[in-house]
Design a protein around this ligand. Structure first.
Ligand code: ADP
Length: 420
């Protein structure tokens, strides 16, 4: 493909954000000139008979007269091309099609950028080839991301397309933190090192934490705990990431919904030699049948809390393994940073589960860390402090918004000059 645009059409301020998974596409259309989120949606089960597209139009545009009402399509959507065509049709029905003069660019979430991509990058053929070269490091994710990009380029050849990498924010991690202590030649030959993931969220949340404290990000040291279905911690010094808990893959670190997080690597040899499991079986065990699910059969923290209330011991143990691991990481990252200004919780569990926040920081008063029970119990969508007023270290809840951050980075790269 030739003549890939690198700047947005003059005056265009909207960014379409695409997150293409192996069988799903999530999307949001955001206006970067103050218009907020215009439309969003999800295509699920692509390639199956039971595909479904759920589209949330701009308020008042759904035909039902209700604000934010959903439009759905049921029935087979064969592949990503058909999925993105359907998304483009839904957007066009709202007057927001890909040919709209207000559309500035398409921003794509790309999971693995290796060491090569440290910044959001305008996509051209060479960049596509580089992302392709990284497929062995993210065999499930990068191919799906690539399919989404190729399809979007075909549908919107006049638009700049930008890749925003989950790993990019972590490329500043210093070598002693990024290296595993395994034979150097072997590690280098196979690109084995700590890459980290959820970087877009860690970047957004650490910056928003500084704003909440009324300080410049360059002055603030933050430990970010991103606790969704996947979970990761990061240590951010003056806006620069210096440590993170996920590694070569998203399997390392915290206990997650279905992933084990840290284990002794010898568990794998043991399972192979003693239990006779294959590498693929162990991969599935550690990625899909471990974590909270593996410990108690549930991965939803709401359900686990409900079971604990009923006296369920397996649920209690799962909760305690989860929060113990969190506490260990808070302590470790405190030591890495030396001085901590804030510990911030985000994503589904971090934003909603007050009990997890309290348990993770329990007993850390000696480090200046505590949670005010009244503040911790308040729910809301706004960034907020949950530490006592006189706390040495702020504890915060900051809802993450990866799509907004992808749109912001995309627009900053291709749209700002035109809009200025
Ligand atoms: P993903 O990693 O899939 O983006 P999310 O950040 O949406 O995940 O987090 C999903 C998880 O958040 C759920 O599995 C559940 O454990 C947790 N969660 C969501 N809402 C609540 C709530 N009200 N209370 C406790 N946990 C919640």
């Amino acid at each position: 493909m030739s003549a890939t645009p690198t700047t947005a059409p003059a005056g265009a301020t909207r960014v379409l954000v695409l997150n293409s998974g192996s069988s799903s596409v999530k999307y949001q259309l955001l206006d970067m000139a103050g218009g907020g989120r215009l439309a969003s949606g999800l295509v699920e089960r692509i390639g199956e008979q039971t595909s479904r597209l759920a589209h949330t139009p701009p308020a008042g545009r759904d035909g039902t007269g209700q604000e934010g009402g959903e439009r759905t399509r049921e029935g087979r959507i064969a592949d990503h091309e058909a999925a993105l065509k359907a998304v483009a049709e839904e957007l066009a029905a709202d007057g927001l099609g890909l040919d709209s003069p207000e559309l500035a660019a398409i921003g794509h979430r790309v999971v693995h950028g290796g060491r090569r991509f440290t910044e959001p990058t305008v996509i051209d053929d060479a960049v596509l080839a580089e992302i392709e070269r990284l497929v062995p490091l993210a065999p499930l994710h990068n191919p799906a991301n690539l399919t989404g990009i190729r399809t979007a380029r075909a549908l919107g050849p006049h638009l700049p397309q930008v890749a925003v990498f989950d790993t990019a924010f972590h490329t500043t991690i210093p070598e002693p933190a990024a290296r595993y202590a395994i034979e150097k030649e072997t590690a280098d030959a196979h690109r084995i090192r700590r890459y980290g993931f959820h970087g877009t969220s860690h970047a957004y949340v650490s910056r928003r934490t500084a704003e909440l404290l009324g300080r410049d990000p360059s002055e603030v040291n933050v430990i970010v705990l991103h606790l969704g279905n996947g979970a990761s911690a990061s240590a951010v010094r003056g806006g620069v990431c210096v440590e993170t808990s996920m590694g070569l893959t998203p399997l390392e670190g915290l206990v997650m919904g279905t992933r084990s997080g840290d284990t002794d690597p010898a568990v794998i040899f043991h399972l192979a030699r003693v239990a006779g499991m294959s590498v693929d079986e162990i991969d599935t065990l550690l990625n899909r049948r471990s974590g909270l699910t593996g410990l108690c059969g549930d991965n939803d923290m709401r359900e686990i809390r409900r079971r604990i209330e009923e006296g369920d011991e397996a649920a209690r143990l799962a909760f305690e393994v989860y929060t113990h691991r969190l506490k260990k990481y808070v302590g470790a990252y405190y030591a890495v940073l030396g001085r901590v200004d804030a510990v911030t919780f985000t994503a589904g569990v971090g934003e909603n589960a007050a009990e997890v926040r309290a348990a993770a920081l329990e007993g850390l008063e000696g480090l200046g860390l505590s949670v005010d029970p009244g503040r911790n119990g308040v729910r809301g969508r706004e960034p907020r402090l949950i530490s006592p007023g006189d706390a040495r270290v702020a504890v915060a809840v900051v809802p993450t918004d990866e799509e907004l951050e992808i749109a912001r980075q995309t627009y900053a790269l291709v749209g700002a000059a035109e809009a200025a």
